[in-house]
Design a protein around this ligand. Structure first.
Ligand SMILES: Cc1ncc(COP(=O)(O)O)c(C=O)c1O
Length: 441
């Protein structure tokens, strides 16, 4: 008998991916080079992708998916955009790395400065490097040691920031990480997100020792949780009143939610910002930047050391610059409209299937919490029904829609999503919503 609640599509197993995963698992811990890729939160075989084109991903079993992960944010223009590929090819033909300053670094730095409130920037290779360096700089500048971070915010796998770090860590249910020493974490004060009173209280007690507050400009690593109105501005006010710096982590939001990132939607008087993802156009590039008087404390201009063999790599700069040059107001309008359309379709399908949920948005970043109350912090986020998400995820996957394999991640859209991809998503959602409903009951 046909079960009409069971969405028809790709089989649950994926033999070619499974074979690759088995080979990988024998020699790479967990079979992956970044934990959330392993599908542990949703179960099943992680799909090994072999090609991307516009909004589509193609896996080793020859299946096609609409991509709503976009490499976890970087691919603002979709896969293999001809102008980005062309820029990388041209740069590669000129040489892959020189270990000297190059014109592309200046061009990319100027592009970042023109879009943001940062007065100076330093290019690095990953978001982790950017936040690690920003923290060292804040400590060096203020001569203080403590850092305030918020539960559920992820800033990369920096020792001092791997406390209540959301996303991959939440997915794997590791409250902290072995290998991070007590000393490494003891200078970190973890507070509830979106709770200014808690911040004010922490500063009453530790104000003289706090070098900086670091926060995601809008949280995307516990699912999407936007700052409440005035929250980021309140952080700036409290930090400055006590002589501390505010580090606004825009690794995820930067150049994604507007041409200048979250600061384009909610400008705040931060001292340092961190960037990554989109600014590398799919290659490893990241940056930190901010006030010139703070940044000038960095070596070789100042005493705070920071360096990198491949920092400002010519290929990464070319890819980032090509991406940003195409990221104009029209693209951001399209991204907003695409995200809103998918969010509405998902909400409608879930409502029709009677699944409690909340659509959470921060510009064009969004996620669905399988919960029946608003989500403002990490505790709220953890109250969601992850079993319902798992069923929803696998149904979408079997119907050719690739969602983040965790309930604690943002969904990302690209400018390459057109009518065909949207219709594909729309067709998949009702079945996935019914699968989520079945898992709920
Ligand atoms: C807000 C934020 N900061 C920092 C990072 C770390 O960046 P990377 O993975 O490039 O080290 C991430 C990664 O997802 C992030 O979302």
């Amino acid at each position: 008998m046909i079960d009409f609640n069971e969405p028809v599509g790709y089989p649950a197993d994926a033999p070619a991916s499974q074979e690759l995963f088995d080979r990988a698992a024998a020699i790479v811990p967990g079979g992956v080079n970044s934990p959330v890729r392993a599908f542990r939160a949703v179960g099943g075989t992680p799909r090994f992708m072999v090609r991307g084109e516009g909004p589509w991903l193609f896996d080793a079993d020859g299946r096609r998916y609409v991509d709503l992960v976009c490499s976890w944010g970087p691919l603002l223009l979709g896969h293999a955009h001809p102008e980005v590929v062309g820029a990388i090819q041209a740069a590669a033909a000129r040489g892959t790395s020189f270990g000297t300053p190059t014109p592309g670094e200046v061009d990319l730095a100027e592009e970042l400065i023109s879009r943001t409130a940062a007065e100076q920037v330093r290019l690095v290779n990953s978001g982790t490097e950017a936040t690690m360096s920003a923290i060292r700089l804040a400590r060096g500048f203020t001569g203080r040691s403590k850092i305030v971070k918020f539960a559920g915010c992820y800033h990369g796998h920096v020792d001092a920031l791997l406390a209540a770090a959301g996303s991959g860590v939440a997915t794997l249910a590791l409250p902290d990480s072995p290998g991070v020493t007590g000393a490494g974490a003891s200078e970190t004060i973890v507070l509830k997100y979106n709770d200014l009173d808690a911040v004010a209280q922490a500063f009453e007690t530790h104000g003289e020792d706090i070098a900086a507050i670091i926060t995601e400009a809008a949280a995307g690593n516990m699912g999407v949780v936007a700052p409440l109105p005035g929250y980021n501005a309140g952080l700036a006010e409290i930090a400055h009143r006590h002589g501390a710096l505010l580090i606004m982590d825009e690794v995820m939001t930067g150049f994604r939610v507007s041409r200048s990132g979250w600061q384009g939607l909610d400008p705040v008087d931060a001292d340092l910002w961190t960037f990554g993802k989109v600014m590398g156009g799919g290659l490893p590039a990241a940056a930190f930047g901010g006030r010139a008087d703070v940044m000038s404390k960095l070596a070789p201009a100042g005493p705070v050391y920071q360096a990198g063999t491949l920092s400002g790599n010519p290929l990464a700069c070319a890819a980032g610059l090509a991406t940003l040059r195409l990221a104009d107001d029209a693209l951001y309008t399209k991204l907003d409209a695409t995200a809103a359309a998918i969010g509405q379709l998902a909400t409608k399908a879930l409502a029709e299937a009677g699944v409690p949920h909340r659509l959470a948005t921060a510009g064009s970043m969004f996620s669905i919490f399988f919960a029946d109350a608003e989500v403002h912090d990490y505790d709220d986020a953890r109250r969601q029904n992850t079993a319902a998400f798992r069923a929803f995820f696998h149904s979408m996957l079997s119907q050719g829609v690739y969602l983040p394999p965790s309930a604690f991640e943002s969904w990302f859209v690209s400018g390459a999503i057109g009518d065909e991809a949207l219709e594909h998503i729309a067709a998949a959602l009702p079945g996935a919503a019914r699968a989520a409903a079945a898992a709920e009951s």
